[in-house]
Ligand binder design. Structure first.
Ligand SMILES: *Cc1c(COP(=O)(O)O)cnc(C)c1O
Length: 343
């Protein structure tokens, strides 16, 4: 029994997982009459591997993660929903999140009838550890941290994240969707040796596979076992897994270097515009930019065929637009549209 065992919802701890058709036997079989599939080969007539062995081995090998510490989900959004379902009793337990941050934490909490206590980041989007821990009570099962944070772009210091893991007696989820773009490094090695840390990563951003919907959770074997038990048996499709295996042969290192260089080029160029008040430092593949009139600038860019994310109505992001870093030519188009902005 680990320190997180008592945090698990009793109904989940007692759950007998759905046993899939092919779980009971893995010897050589040529005739499959067990799962009511069509026998006509379409390429997809057979159910996919519910244990995702091939893709887990590939991703685990790439990232240095033992497969028993790796969960694969239908996007990291599935992993976010699962941790609520595993640890939070609806109508009773709560989660502490930072604000502003990724909207899915609040949506997953609400669909599970779990209260969230948001802790506002400081004006520069840094995090006050005492304020965060002070928002936790006896019913707080989860703390969600996003680093680099969406939409602010900053990564929190590694020592601060680890201090929160040390001092909070529940489960800390660190969402590293943008870690590939950050100089801060990843907490994955820590998630392999700590009982209460779940790190989320995704193939949706730097790996250029948002359309396939594949996210990862890295955690203790106990937490990974729970997630695997609660997930839908066939949560990743055969098509998505096959395509991901092909696309993972493509190295992303150069693309990441280009995007980081382009991010810094934009960060250097944007402050020259008189209507741009502040460009926040970013460890991600986007920039949060404070402008004079966010709604007007957003409408102008739309008019020029360029869509950015208007975050100006999010508390803490007043007058801010979030701009994703694109291809060099796309970033030129953005700068060009800004040049032509009729103030
Ligand atoms: C984009 C993003 C994700 C990725 O979600 P997927 O479901 O894996 O596509 C996760 N967390 C944050 C903070 C994000 O911005």
């Amino acid at each position: 029994m680990s320190s997180i065992t008592p945090l698990v919802r009793p109904n989940i701890a007692a759950l007998a997982p759905y046993s899939t058709a092919r779980d009971e036997y893995d010897g050589p079989i040529g005739v499959f009459l067990d799962a009511n599939e069509s026998p006509y080969g379409s390429g997809y007539n057979r159910y996919p591997d519910p244990h995702q062995a091939a893709l887990k081995a590939r991703i685990g090998g790439l990232k240095g993660i033992p497969t028993e510490n790796l969960f694969l989900g239908n996007g990291s959004d599935e992993a976010i929903d699962l941790v609520f379902r595993i640890f939070c009793v609806p109508g009773q337990d709560n989660a502490v999140i930072i604000a502003p941050s990724y909207g899915m934490y609040g949506v997953a909490a609400a669909t599970n009838d779990v209260a969230v206590h948001p802790v506002r980041l400081e004006a520069d989007f840094s995090l006050d550890t005492e304020k965060l821990l002070g928002a936790c009570n006896a019913q707080t099962k989860l703390v969600f941290l996003c680093s680099p944070n969406n939409p602010s772009g900053n990564a929190f210091p590694r020592a601060q994240l680890l201090e929160i893991c040390d001092r909070f007696r529940g489960v800390v989820v660190v969402d590293e969707a943008y870690a590939d773009f950050s100089g801060q490094g990843s907490l994955v090695p820590e998630a392999l040796v700590r009982e209460n840390l779940v790190v989320l990563q995704t193939l949706s951003k730097a790996h250029a596979m948002a359309g396939l919907r594949i996210g990862m959770a890295i955690a203790s074997t106990e937490i990974i076992r729970l997630m695997s038990r609660v997930k839908y048996p066939y949560n990743l499709s055969r098509a998505a897994m096959e395509q991901a295996l092909l696309l993972l042969d493509h190295r992303i290192d150069e693309e990441v270097v280009t995007l980081v260089r382009e991010r810094e080029r934009l960060a250097a160029a944007l402050p020259a515009f008189p209507f741009i008040r502040q460009v926040f430092p970013s460890d991600a593949n986007f920039l949060l930019v404070r402008v004079d009139d966010a709604d007007a600038l957003y409408a102008w860019l739309l008019d020029q065929g360029i869509i950015v994310r208007n975050r100006s109505h999010v508390p803490g992001c007043e007058s801010c637009l979030r701009m994703t870093v694109g291809l060099p030519a796309e970033n030129d188009a953005l700068l060009n549209a800004l040049e032509n902005y009729p103030i």
